[in-house]
Design a protein around this ligand. Sequence first.
Ligand SMILES: Cc1ncc(COP(=O)(O)O)c(C=O)c1O
Length: 360
Amino acid sequence: MKVAKHGGNIYEAAMERGIAIEEILDFSANINPLGIPNSLKEALIQNIHSIERYPDPDYKALVGAIAAYHGVNEQWITVGNGATEIIFALAASLNSKNSLILAPTFAEYERALLKAGSEVHYYYLKEDNDFQIDEGFKKMLNPEIDLVVLCNPNNPTGQFLNRQKMMEILQQCRVFGIRLVVDEAFMDFVEAGEEESMIACMEEYNHLYVIRALTKFFSIPGLRLGYAVASNENILRRIRDNREPWSINSLAALAGEVVLKDQAYIRETKDWLHKEKNKFYEELNAIEGIKAYKPEANYIFFSYNKDERCLKEALLTKKILIRSCGNYKNLTNRFYRIAIKDRSSNEKLIEALKEVIYES
Ligand SMILES: Cc1ncc(COP(=O)(O)O)c(C=O)c1O
């Protein structure tokens, strides 16, 4: 099975151009520009010797910290080496025959479900409906389908379903005996995200599985940490029984315990995004040929419709990397995704885009 191409591959971009990674301004991976929380930096330095021991195979302290953060039962949590490990472990444990995912969506769902032997069906989001999940989606739900995956917000389109809309889908899934996986990897970035999260609905719905990532919000994609929350303890036990031991290293486990308590960092991130999100979106939308989709999280999806030019290639000559979405199912080379970064970086991208589009 081929490895999917993702954003964040600055290594490839730097090597192709013979430049250092540090020279590239990377908008292709959606990582919090505030960087590693100071609380975590200190904890990592102070606890560096923890790597001389094996991690706790049950990750009790980490699980306890996540359970306390969400106010849920510890038994409902399983942790992974990034959300990606959870995606593959969950797909392997759910034994789906026929699954339904969005097109486009995060590519690892298709890979994980195919690997687990599921036939993957797609709901093709429509450009003329701004890639929203519309009523047509519910018509795809039927007793033949046994598993639905929804990324909320969706990646790369950024479209978002509030809890009320997600509840309607959850209820309909229950009628047909369909399990619902909601990937909330970017939910921490959504304003009032915890009010919209489906984690609060766990108790009543044991066909619901929520996946979360700490990699993006806390700027630790290289450390890797994610988890699933579900009240179906049988499936969670199956995941734990099937997993390889110690897949999360000691420092990543410690990171989870530390960052979820760092209220100052969480507040600072929300304040930065609140200030930057709409401004950046409006600046982008004002450029001729660009249609940007209103962001809910920390990235913006847009199309470029003026000519056939590849904006990714053009921007790379200025050492700026954006995510071309041409390799997503149901998208073409006209579509791009960019991370929202700090003001000065965002200004650089806007200026570079204007030069590329207006001055050639
Ligand atoms: C929707 C979604 N889920 C999960 C992941 C994977 O997250 P992690 O880096 O924690 O494995 C990504 C990464 O981009 C994503 O977009």
